[in-house]
Design a protein around this ligand. Structure first.
Ligand code: MRU
Length: 367
């Protein structure tokens, strides 16, 4: 079995040129998961390893691992760790252990659809092999499924890059928000993957990266990735989006997504909606780039749960410097929802989707 897993993982070699940063690494021999602690970037590059799914859940909750696709991939390996940890002697007890792990991992962050998509996909695979009553076989099937989820994410990212790059012209100045790069995925990026691909194709581009209050994913992570690649960038605060579009310092925007429903309503990092408004008011295209694993097959935008986080994330800078009175009343939604009328197109690995979204997203999910 290990031979099969190793050969499955050796597929990664094919994408070496796109995988300069590996945020999540699975060791099939040791049955161990490692990830880069994104809270420490750009100051330190530290990998954390574990065989304990609870530590994976903790890493997602505390945002050592963040970004919807990365969360999905980590969740799938979390289930793999839970499977190998289980000492159950019957398939029924084994499935109970998996359900417990699924609950723990699912409770970490409510908005990223990839989290629930990956957990459900693992459980579907379990059901498809559980009739054989062989627990070891189910464990291997779970591990294989997690590796497939990781590989598919990498392939989707590269394909979104290839397709999305057609929307990027030479000399473009592209505004992006939060971090949607390698650090938010299994290794290449969604919106930042499009930018990266266009740069690899030799296009002269400049990225306008928003700092992304309050946790500064743009200033810390996106800028770190862009600098590593040598892609020209300018860092701005989130509140500068209006002047940036108006003055022509950016001529288009591309962002990622945590959850898209079939109507096209898109949940993404807080501030995205404001950027979409500023882009539209200034007649600049506003693109979303996300794999189909981020699309929830529902046409109800109200079904999107918006995570609200610790008020201290707003009161303090990165948990340290207090910038207001200690008990200031705070509202801290981690995401907002951009309505479809502000979205020019949605780039997926299955094609560039244009309005009307309800019809066209449905077709992409059920070809
Ligand atoms: O709170 P985060 O850092 O997990 O939020 C991440 C985002 O909002 C990203 O834009 C989104 O997950 C897409 S990542 C490819």
């Amino acid at each position: 079995m290990v031979i099969y897993l190793t050969s499955q993982l050796s597929e990664l070699d094919k994408y070496k040129e796109f995988l300069k940063i590996r945020p999540i690494i699975w060791d099939p021999e040791r049955k161990e998961l490692s990830w880069i602690d994104t809270r420490l970037i750009p100051f330190k590059e530290v990998y954390i390893s574990t065989k304990d799914y609870r530590k994976v859940a903790h890493a997602i909750r505390t945002m050592e691992i963040r970004g919807a696709p990365a969360i999905g991939v980590a969740a799938a390996f979390g289930m793999t760790l839970a499977a190998y940890e289980s000492a159950a002697k019957s398939v029924a007890d084994f499935i109970k252990d998996l359900e417990t792990a699924k609950r723990v991992i699912a409770s970490t962050r409510p908005t990223a659809f990839n989290l629930f998509w990956a957990l459900n996909r693992i459980m579907k695979r379990v059901k498809s092999v559980s009739e054989r009553e062989d627990i070891n076989l189910i464990k291997e099937a779970i591990e294989n499924e997690a590796i497939s989820i990781m590989l598919e994410d990498i392939k989707s990212n590269i394909e979104m890059g290839r397709l999305g790059s057609k929307l990027i012209d030479n000399n473009d100045k592209v505004l992006t928000h939060c971090n949607t790069g390698a650090l938010a995925t299994a290794g290449f990026g969604t919106a930042l993957g499009v930018i990266r691909y266009a740069f690899y194709e030799g296009k002269n581009i400049e990225v306008i990266a928003t700092e992304t209050r309050p946790l500064l994913q743009g200033a810390r992570l996106t800028v770190w990735e862009l600098k590593k690649e040598g892609i020209p960038f300018t860092l701005v605060t989130d509140s500068m989006a209006g002047i940036v579009f108006r003055s022509g310092k950016a001529n288009k925007a591309i962002v990622g997504a945590d959850r898209i429903v079939l109507t096209g309503h898109t949940a993404n990092k807080i501030g995205t909606y404001m950027i979409a408004l500023a882009a539209n008011h200034n007649q600049k295209p506003f693109y979303v780039s996300a794999p189909t694993s981020t699309i929830q097959p529902s046409n109800d935008p109200k079904s999107i749960i918006i995570e609200e986080r610790d008020p201290n994330e707003i009161r303090k800078v990165l948990g340290k410097l207090l910038i207001t009175v200690p008990d200031a009343k705070v509202y801290n939604p981690a995401f907002d929802i951009t309505p479809p009328e502000l979205i020019t197109s949605i780039i997926t690995e299955k094609g560039i989707i244009n309005p009307p979204y309800l019809e066209n997203l449905q077709r992409v999910l059920n070809p």
